[in-house]
Write a protein that binds this ligand. Structure first.
Ligand code: SF4
Ligand code: SF4
Ligand code: SF4
Length: 200
């Protein structure tokens, strides 16, 4: 019986736009499901009344393009690589400013400035800089919860940026919420809304 499903984009399998390792994260996520005994406990909780909407859906995307549709998953992580610029190498040519679709970069007062709230960590600035002035990246994952299709579809709510380990702890928290739910048939989105349980 399939009681959870992890769907990932082809990011780590050769997509040049990938900024996070979705394959590695998938392995860690499966470990969390196994460690928590999710399938066995869920089978007991649901009995013979298993329905398709009881499958807990996890989405992983290797970049902000979100090809694996994380917005409609119960729990999702989207890779985000915040660029770290080397001011000694940067000649303020403005190529990255033009390349940034989020308008997160600007040159002001003789410096390149980034608006971290706008940045989706897509890596376009790094790819286009002619002098390799992006010296590193802070790779995190955008945590999204509560997306679903069905009779009352809704997009997942974006909570915060997390590192791998933190994301896995949130997954454990989500699993615990599902396993102790008074009604085992409620979607995760319903649990978040109706039971007024804090998730962030
Ligand atoms: S989400 Fe990004 S990394 Fe994944 S397949 Fe799409 S473009 Fe590539
Ligand atoms: S493209 Fe590179 S050199 Fe040009 S402004 Fe951006 S970081 Fe600086
Ligand atoms: S990573 Fe993407 S969104 Fe962020 S500053 Fe660079 S081009 Fe803009």
């Amino acid at each position: 019986m399939e009681l959870y499903k992890v769907e990932l984009c082809r990011g780590s399998r050769g997509c040049p736009r990938a900024v996070g390792d979705t394959n590695e994260l998938e392995g860690k996520i499966i470990n969390v499901f196994e460690k928590t005994g999710f399938v066995e406990k869920r089978q007991k909780q649901l009995g013979a009344n298993f329905k398709q909407h009881n499958v807990f859906k996890v989405g992983l995307a290797g970049c902000a393009n979100c090809c694996s549709q994380p917005q409609i998953k119960d729990f999702a992580l989207i890779a985000k690589a915040l660029p770290i610029f080397n001011n000694d190498l940067c000649n303020l040519c403005g190529v990255c400013v033009e390349a940034c679709k989020e308008k997160a970069l600007k040159i002001e007062g003789g410096n390149l400035a980034i608006n971290e709230d706008k940045c989706l960590g897509c890596g376009d600035c790094k790819r286009t800089c002619p002098v390799a002035a992006v010296k590193g990246e802070d790779v995190k994952w955008r945590l999204m919860v509560g997306g679903k299709l069905g009779r009352h579809p809704q997009l997942a709510q974006e909570l915060k940026d997390v590192y791998d380990r933190e994301g896995l702890l949130y997954l454990e928290k989500a699993i615990a919420m599902i396993l102790r739910a008074s009604d085992p048939h409620k979607r995760f989105a319903q649990l978040l809304e109706e039971e007024n349980i804090s998730f962030s």
